[in-house]
Design a protein around this ligand. Structure first.
Ligand code: ZN
Length: 497
């Protein structure tokens, strides 16, 4: 027996791909020290320069959050489980008293009635005492705003429409792409190239023509979020990036709306209901976003197609329960789902009295610039160890091809994973996955110019940074846009994935 440490998907690359490790120790702090002693790369992901646990990484002993430094002394014993839970981005006033809040206390007479067609359609709800005619009328009166109509928004919207939620608002500015169809089941093959909100509206109206669909073909911004949220009872976040996650959270707290949250990465999902008026918000859980590039997106890291289906369906479940005024809403609880190990776990969340947006003395009283907050308008970083360096040389795919044609003695290093190399490759490239690039630096000739590439240019930038930190002296050049740009600009026969 010993203490079990669960390593999240995003950090496994720094722990020899292991999902679970064991340690013998008497405090949580000692366990983490053993972990970073064994896997040195993990240290900078878990601790900042001052040796404190990072804000975007939470550590739990069993189901208790021990993030605050003083609590690293938390004793652990044989059989305890330590979970490391980093932020993942992937994936989308007062509540309307007539519908939400303590729904059951509001006047039933104010709710819309049901037609005979609706009674037939919703009969399996009507015979559930927990829903019944009154609950179905509450659903009909309800207005849910969905941010994103992608992987999470697809099952979310389809189940909310099927359940008879009266009004669904859709916010999306994206266009359906062939690579969406593996998981975004609200869109079909014939929709490729169409705006997602149009395709989603058609599908939802087909599922249930009684539902009113309101579409907003726009990016959610600090300028429009509060106005958009005002007329809705529940906001469901199905987005895939950190700036929008923080924007949705803060706007929900300021507007007093519940935020039904879901996020996904590879095989791992998270779900919760953040509701500042009643409990923890997203910032209570993750006060700060990870530095850009540290947590890969689903486009870079991949995602199992079924995963957003499950997490989005959980979001639909919770949105419906909020509307019905049910007990047991996923408030102050973070649900973790591992689709590969097929395990659900649940961690307790606490409202943070010092939370900058929902705490006792909030400092965020209006919406801010979330791109800047998430470091995406990065000035050259003060903290060079954190984000990929921005001062390295870059080359375009077209220019690289011209130099190869001209016979330049370039070497090309591909830092993607072997299974990506199987899908598509640039001729002559030598594969060294990012996680091995430092230890295998000897395979790179320091006397030749080296072009480093990945899928889109992010991992290759990190590889260049890691090689430089490790003392590599050769000239390193990043391929801008990675193999995707190579396919676009040079050789369309190289498949895009
Ligand atoms: Zn909060």
């Amino acid at each position: 027996m010993a203490v079990k440490i669960l390593i999240p998907t995003a950090l496994r690359q720094f722990a020899d791909g292991r999902a679970e490790l064991h340690a013998e120790a008497s405090t949580a702090g000692e366990v983490l020290e053993q972990l970073v002693g064994e896997y040195a790369e993990l240290r900078r992901h878990l601790y900042n320069e001052r040796g404190e646990l990072r804000n975007f990484v939470n550590v739990y002993v069993n189901d208790e959050d021990i993030r605050h430094a003083a609590r690293l002394a938390t004793p652990v014993k044989d059989g305890d489980t330590i979970s490391i839970v980093p932020a993942i981005a992937g994936g989308a006033g007062e509540a309307n008293e007539a519908v939400v809040a303590d729904g059951r206390t509001s006047a039933v007479g104010a709710l819309p009635g049901l037609t005979n067609e609706e009674i037939a359609r919703y009969s399996r709800h009507l015979i559930l005492p927990e829903v019944g005619v009154e609950g179905q009328r509450r659903l009909k009166a309800a207005r849910v705003l969905m941010i994103g109509t992608g992987g999470l928004g697809a099952p979310l919207g389809m189940y909310l429409a099927a359940a008879g939620v009266g009004t669904l608002g859709l916010v999306d500015f994206d266009v359906v792409d062939a690579s969406n169809l593996q998981r975004q089941i609200i869109h079909g093959t014939r929709d490729v190239g169409r705006p997602k909100i149009e395709s989603a509206r058609d599908r939802l109206s087909d599922i249930n023509p009684n539902v009113k669909i309101e579409t907003y073909e726009t990016r959610l911004t600090s300028e429009n979020a509060l106005e958009l949220f005002r007329d809705y009872d529940v906001i469901a976040d199905g987005t895939d990036n950190f700036p929008t996650r923080y924007l949705v959270n803060d706007a929900c707290v300021l507007a007093g709306k519940p935020n039904v949250y879901g996020s996904i990465f590879r095989f791992e999902g998270q779900a919760s209901v953040f509701w500042g008026a009643r409990g923890a918000c997203y910032r209570c859980l993750y006060p700060e976003p990870p530095p850009p590039g540290l947590v890969p997106s689903c486009a870079e890291g991949g995602v199992l197609g079924v995963l957003p289906g499950i997490v989005g369906a959980i979001q639909a479940n919770e949105a419906i329960k909020i509307i019905l005024g049910a007990d047991g809403v996923l408030l102050n609880r973070l649900l973790l789902f591992d689709a590969w190990g097929m395990r659900f776990r649940e961690l307790r969340l606490r409202k943070d009295p010092a939370c900058p947006v929902c705490g006792e003395n909030p400092t965020v009283r209006e919406l801010i610039d979330y791109e800047e907050f998430c470091g995406l308008r990065a000035q050259p970083s003060q903290d060079a160890g954190e984000s990929p360096a921005t001062d390295f040389e870059e080359i375009t795919a077209a220019r690289l091809e011209r130099r190869i044609e001209a016979g330049d003695a370039l070497q090309i290093i591909d830092v993607r994973e072997p299974h990506e190399y199987e899908i598509a490759r640039i001729p002559g490239a030598h594969l060294i996955p990012l996680a091995q690039v430092v230890e295998r630096a000897g395979e790179i000739d320091e006397d030749r110019e080296t072009v480093v590439h990945c899928k889109g240019g992010v991992r290759s930038a990190r590889a260049i940074e890691a090689l430089r930190r490790a003392g590599f002296r050769g000239r390193l050049i990043n391929l801008r846009g990675g193999i995707t740009a190579w396919s676009d600009e040079v050789d369309p026969s190289v498949p895009k994935y």
